[in-house]
Ligand binder design. Structure first.
Ligand SMILES: [Mn+2]
Length: 496
């Protein structure tokens, strides 16, 4: 880690540099057009003209804001409210220890609605019934500050924020309180849309926003999350391309990790290899701490210690994905570190693969929900487990489902998008429609100590997870490049 805490001498030196900077000295002067995030002018390898973030144009972000205001005004059409104000804070900069920030990840709803990537910002949308599409989008951003920028890099400032995102106007975030008090002065009988149950920014929540809600006597407050999620759950054409990209990067990275695994390999090595390959291929970071679990550790579903040696004859279960330009992938594969499945391993593996492929096909049926796929998965897996004598032949009826859940205690699916567990406001009972992305991830977990189950299966944990886009032409497997058939896995792992 770089030296951040300065000694006295360094502080003096730094003040000297700072004076030269602010008095027009030549050192550390940023080029005229520098922003707090990649832009077409500064990062032409990432951003094309007209885009706010890679692959997403100003028009697309504008459309998202319009769609939200339209939903809000439609929803409240009978309520005689005069206006609506939507308050969406950015995430705060947080620190792991004195002066050392955590890697920053933007608040998803804020990112979705404007694409501005600086911490400690805030978006306000204002609309009046009957006025669409004339709603107003205002960003509040960290003030330009040469001394802070000397350390942390350039900030976009109010002009840069408007130029990058195409919002109607921007202010320094210090002016948020005044802006909100003017809003109360000028508007009566309005609805505030703000996620008070999970405040995205605790400082603004505790200060300006609470003051605003109090000044309005806590009247008419609603959470915008369900409406935003109802938009986010359907991916646009541009988003589908970004989903394919993040899924392809992770799929290719999986192949490299498989190739680098061997008896005696440390789980930490495979973790590092996945991280490295995803970044090399263009992802910003891993979408979540991956599970890299050798042997019986695969039966701990959220195993993330990733610090053991994987022995010859064992399989490794890796659940990992990356975040690329704001979109997450989520893949699980299980493979033998030696490159060759044993007989009991392949028996269980092929049974699970059969179930996983059936679940994928169900996504192509009309009028089907993730809940329907889950019930179908339990039935299919129950049949397979009975055939393999993992479940006794005398278990029948509803007890098969109960017993099956013991060997697969998690759901088979969740939405996928900007968040790994995307749009959690959308219940799993909602029918799948084109534009949705979801995972299909059945598993079989047989702990090392498991009486009644044939001994050869003890200590085996397997999950197979693909990412699926529901398209007008049926389900598309976005992670098809990542091998999952035993022969394909063995082929990838063969050394030349
Ligand atoms: Mn998943």
């Amino acid at each position: 880690m770089y030296a951040f805490k300065l000694g006295t001498t360094m502080q003096k030196l730094s003040a000297k540099l700072f004076n030269r900077l602010t008095t027009g000295g030549e050192i550390f002067k940023f080029p005229k057009k520098c922003f707090g995030q990649p832009a077409a002018k500064t990062h032409p390898h990432l951003i094309q003209a007209g885009e706010v973030t890679p692959g997403l144009t100003k028009t697309e972000y504008q459309q998202r804001r319009y769609n939200l205001m339209q939903k809000i005004i439609e929803k409240e059409s009978g309520t005689h409210l005069d206006s609506h104000i939507v308050i969406i804070p950015a995430a705060a900069k947080t620190y792991m220890t004195q002066d050392i920030p955590y890697p920053f990840r933007q608040n998803t709803e804020f990112f979705y609605l404007c694409g501005f990537l600086e911490p400690d910002s805030l978006l306000i949308l204002e609309g009046k019934p009957g006025s669409l599409p004339d709603h107003r989008a205002t960003l509040f951003v960290p003030k330009k500050d040469p001394q802070k920028e000397l350390w942390d890099g350039p900030r976009s400032g109010i002009d840069g924020a408007v130029e990058i995102t195409g919002v109607d106007s921007a202010h320094n975030v210090e002016d948020l309180g005044i802006y909100l008090s003017h809003y109360i002065r000028d508007n009566k009988n309005f609805m505030t849309w703000y996620d008070y149950s999970r405040p995205a920014h605790s400082t603004y929540h505790g200060r300006e926003i609470t003051q605003f809600l109090r000044d309005n006597n806590y009247q008419y407050i609603k959470n915008p999350r369900p409406l935003i999620h109802s938009l986010r759950v359907i991916k646009s054409a541009a988003e589908c391309q970004l989903m394919q990209k993040t899924c392809s990067i992770a799929s290719q990275a999986f192949i490299d990790v498989m190739k680098s695994s061997h008896p005696g390999v440390n789980e930490a090595h495979l973790y590092a290899k996945m991280d490295y390959e995803c970044r090399i291929k263009g992802a910003e970071f891993l979408a979540y701490p991956p599970v890299v679990a050798g042997g019986n550790r695969a039966n701990t579903i959220h195993y993330i210690n990733n610090n053991q040696i994987i022995l010859g004859g064992e399989m490794v279960l890796m659940d990992a994905g990356c975040e690329c330009h704001g979109y997450a992938s989520d893949i699980t594969r299980t493979w033998p570190v030696s490159g060759k499945f044993t007989d009991p391993q392949i028996e269980l593996y092929e049974a699970l693969l059969e179930v996983q492929e059936q679940c994928f096909l169900i996504c192509g049926q009309t009028d089907v929900s993730m809940e329907d796929i889950f019930l179908e998965m339990l039935a299919l897996l129950g049949t397979q487990l009975k055939r393999l004598k993992v479940i006794n032949s005398d278990v029948s009826g509803i007890n098969i489902q109960k017993k099956t859940r013991q060997f697969c205690p998690h759901h088979v699916s969740h939405h996928l998008g900007m968040d790994v567990h995307d749009t959690d406001e959308i219940p799993r009972s909602v029918k799948l429609v084109p534009g949705m992305c979801l995972t299909i991830e059945p598993g079989i977990y047989i702990p090392a100590n498991c009486p009644d189950v044939p001994k050869e299966f003890h200590g085996i944990g397997i999950r197979i997870e693909d990412d699926v886009l529901i398209s007008n032409n049926g389900p598309v497997n976005l992670t098809a490049e990542c091998p999952k058939h035993p022969s394909d896995i063995e082929c990838v792992m063969k050394r030349n």
